[in-house]
Design a protein around this ligand. Structure first.
Ligand code: MIC
Ligand code: SF4
Length: 754
């Protein structure tokens, strides 16, 4: 429908020449990732062989996608860029702000009412600047992008960490903060450190209960939540070509959970089938002409150890279904080990809810495979023991699965069909009784399962697994049920073994939809008025952040020393807070309220050094700000993992935090900090984290000499007057130091200096 074949043809027209040139420069066969990277260089002409993991490179992405929760801040910033229209095809998707409660019809109507102001804002900004607008209920951003916009060999960015989903169609699709998206929408280049490459060779073939989801659950278990940082994961092998395109999307999608920059697969028949089923035969025809450039050179996949920085091999024929969790997506347990593991760790065995959906697993194939399990339960008189909810990925999927009787099958089991939206995956779930904070277990097909994420209850143990396993576990009501070996008891007391799941990769009768929910922008949007009420509590126009005063930061107070896992959900919680995503002042009241304070191990309780009393983190930050005193946040490893939300960087910036000093960062968050004019620093000596004390005052000694590749010297002044000097590393290049000096990257764009 709404894709741009001319743009795609242009990309393909120059691809061969650029890739051939790059191959010569690099002097060896190229991986797929390198082909896409080198064919998207900003200046269009490969002249340097880049060093992986080291060189910053300017790229020219083909398109941008934003979702409602991050688009508000992205577009508020874009409005300051003084541009008439967006420079590359861009879409906005309304999917994060719809609460799951009573089912799609009522829930959507309520959201349209409660978030009217925000949807109207997004719709009018889209109209004004030439952005395609996908209305609430149209579906989840990444499913819609896969269905309409993704194409083999393309490069896109999106203001959501799961933008990477489009790797299922052979793209390099990368999650970024809104400020990065503003660069590209404004017609500027987009900068990324040339990634390292991890190869994953898939041998064998999926069968039985094992699904594409299990591949990424296994990879997450191997690589952990930070193992993919700074790398592109490229999948190949017979196991890759034999799986569906949406299955590939599932694998790439959850690559965000290992911190990977993105993941991708070479162009193959599964992609041809999917493109053609989604009305894009012309993309297939265009891609076929350059097919050899849309996959790695043959030598690479024949001898992968020579071309990738790291190689993993997984035999799909031996891979077991996995159940990952609780509280982190990289804690993998094969189904055969769950009985022991659950017992040993005292995880609640009873499954209360099974949820299928999220951008990761809400395709036609996912829904039909899960429904095949539900149908068996119905046919055999098995009463499901847990409650069940689904969120279809898009209106096109919902319409088609309704036509094909799949929704009716789910409903036979009392399933709640929620809106085509993120729903419980992002805490937009009005789960009855969650406020009692009882210890309980839920299973879902989502990608993230951080504490409190789905229902706000810190004692909910959320486990991630494939849609068909969610169905089986929810029907049995047990976390330790193994459908490969265990029988269920039906209403007559008989034992029933579930047969292996079955589902169509693509609908036999084709996809269908009445109203997909797309709104094209005005031809000439210059007359469109964008209204933001000054009294709104949902939206607030942005004021530029102050430029650096050119002096060393001195007398800064430690705001919080975060202990252990500190994801973007801990820094800027979602769920009920999503309503303030367009209002920086209001959303700042959630800053770091989920982070555990290393002193006292409590959340949202830090010492105000001015009064000596303990208070909430945002209130303490506001007190320092009011007194004109800078503050500093200290953190552990992989700080800021998870979401692309730049609120996690803008809130501290807004509340007067000057630097975030941690053991290591997640990629998107580190960039977000830089873009907003903050100092994102890492301990040169990791154990210096232990030197930070609760009453510390912090002085920067040589910030005036801030330069690339030169550590900064920091003085810690402890409460007893003793002093210690530590070094902080950083990854700022010249241009990024200019962002810091200007107060933010946007300040430079607005001044026409970027
Ligand atoms: C998420 O899955 O955490 C989100 C909500 O989609 C985020 C974006 C956001 O915070 O709005 C993401 O993954 O980037
Ligand atoms: Fe939405 Fe969840 Fe996907 Fe994020 S991970 S885009 S919240 S469905």
């Amino acid at each position: 429908m709404a894709f741009d074949i001319e743009m795609i043809k242009q990309v393909y027209a120059t691809m061969a020449e650029r890739v051939d040139k790059a191959r010569e420069l690099v002097g060896r066969p190229l991986t797929l990732s390198e082909k896409i990277l080198y064919s998207h260089l900003w200046d269009g002409n490969p002249t340097t062989a880049y060093s992986r993991g080291k060189d910053y490179v300017d790229f020219a992405p083909d398109r941008v996608a934003c979702q409602d929760a991050t688009a508000q801040m992205a577009l508020l910033q874009f409005m300051h860029a003084n541009k008439k229209t967006v420079a590359v095809p861009t879409t906005v998707h309304c999917d994060h702000l719809i609460l799951a409660k009573d089912g799609a019809k009522k829930d959507l109507a309520l959201a349209n009412n409660q978030s009217k102001e925000v949807f109207d804002f997004l719709s009018s900004v889209s109209d004004k600047y030439g952005i395609g607008f996908w209305k609430p209920g149209s579906g989840i951003i990444h499913q819609i992008v896969l269905e309409n916009y993704a194409f083999p060999g393309g490069m896109m960015i999106g203001t959501d960490s799961h933008t990477v989903n489009a790797g299922g169609l052979g793209m390099l699709a990368i999650g970024v903060g809104g400020a990065d998206a503003v660069d590209v929408m404004s017609g500027m280049s987009w900068e990324l450190k040339f990634p390292k490459l991890i190869g994953v060779k898939l041998t064998g073939k999926l069968s039985g209960w094992t699904a594409p989801k299990d591949v990424i659950l296994k990879v997450a278990d191997i690589l952990t939540v930070k193992g993919g940082t700074g790398a592109i994961v490229e999948y190949f092998g017979e196991g890759a070509t034999s799986m569906s395109c949406t299955g590939k999307g599932t694998i790439c999608n959850m690559g965000a959970e290992i911190g990977a920059t993105t993941s991708t697969f070479g162009y193959d028949d599964s992609m041809r089938r999917y493109l053609s089923a989604t009305g894009r035969q012309d993309v297939v025809d265009a891609a076929n002409n350059v097919a050899e450039y849309l996959t790695a050179d043959a030598e690479v996949y024949a001898n992968p150890e020579q071309y990738f920085d790291q190689l993993i091999e997984i035999n799909l024929s031996e891979l077991e279904p996995h159940i990952n969790g609780p509280f982190t997506p990289d804690r993998g347990t094969p189904v055969s080990k769950m009985k022991e593991e659950a017992k040993a760790n005292d995880w609640p065995i009873k499954v209360e809810w099974g949820l299928i959906g999220s951008c990761t697993n809400s395709s036609y194939e996912d829904m039909s495979r899960a429904a095949s399990i539900v149908q068996q339960a119905v046919d055999n008189g098995i009463t499901p023991k847990a409650e069940f909810g689904i969120n279809p990925g898009s209106e096109q999927i919902r319409y088609t699965i309704e036509r094909d009787g799949i929704i009716a099958t789910f409903e036979k089991m009392g399933t709640k069909v929620f809106t085509n939206a993120c729903g419980p995956c992002i805490g937009q779930w009005d789960r009855e009784g969650a406020n009692k904070e009882e210890k309980n277990t839920i299973v879902h097909s989502f990608n993230r399962n951080f504490s409190k994420r789905a229902d706000g209850n810190p004692n909910t143990h959320a486990f991630v697994t494939s849609p068909e396993m969610v169905a089986a576990l929810a029907i049995s009501g047990r976390l330790d049920f193994n459908p490969l070996t265990d029988a269920l008891i039906n209403d007559k007391g008989e034992e029933v073994m579930l047969k292996t799941p079955y589902g169509d990769e693509l609908p036999k009768k084709g996809f269908d939809v009445e109203d997909a929910g797309f709104q094209a922008p005005a031809e000439d949007g210059s007359g469109v008025q964008v209204v933001v009420s000054p009294t709104s509590d949902r939206l607030q126009l942005l004021a530029p952040f102050d430029a650096w005063d050119g002096k060393n930061i001195t007398g800064a107070k430690l705001l919080i020393k975060a202990f252990g896992k500190c994801t973007t959900d801990h820094i800027s919680m979602a769920g009920p807070w999503l309503r303030f995503r367009g209002h920086l002042d209001n959303i700042s009241n959630n800053m770091l309220i989920g982070a555990v304070n290393a002193f006292g191990q409590a959340t949202n309780r830090v010492k105000n050094q001015l009064t000596g009393t303990y208070d909430a983190v945002p209130a303490t930050a506001r007190a320092y700000k009011a007194a004109g005193i800078p503050s500093i946040v200290v953190g552990d490893h992989n700080y800021g993992e998870g979401s692309s939300r730049e609120h996690a960087a803008m809130e501290p910036r807004f509340l007067g935090v000057k630097a975030v000093l941690v053991k290591s960062f997640a990629r998107i968050h580190e960039t977000n900090l830089k873009k907003q004019g903050m100092l994102g620093l890492t301990f040169a000596t990791e154990s210096d984290y232990d030197k930070i004390q609760e009453d510390d005052t912090i002085n920067f000694l040589d910030l005036v000499d801030f330069a690339p590749n030169k550590p900064l010297t920091i003085e810690l002044v402890h409460a007893d007057g003793s002093k210690e000097i530590i070094l902080a590393n950083h990854t700022y290049n010249e241009g990024q130091i200019e962002w810091f000096k200007a107060g933010s990257a946007l300040n430079l764009i607005a001044a026409g200096k970027a």
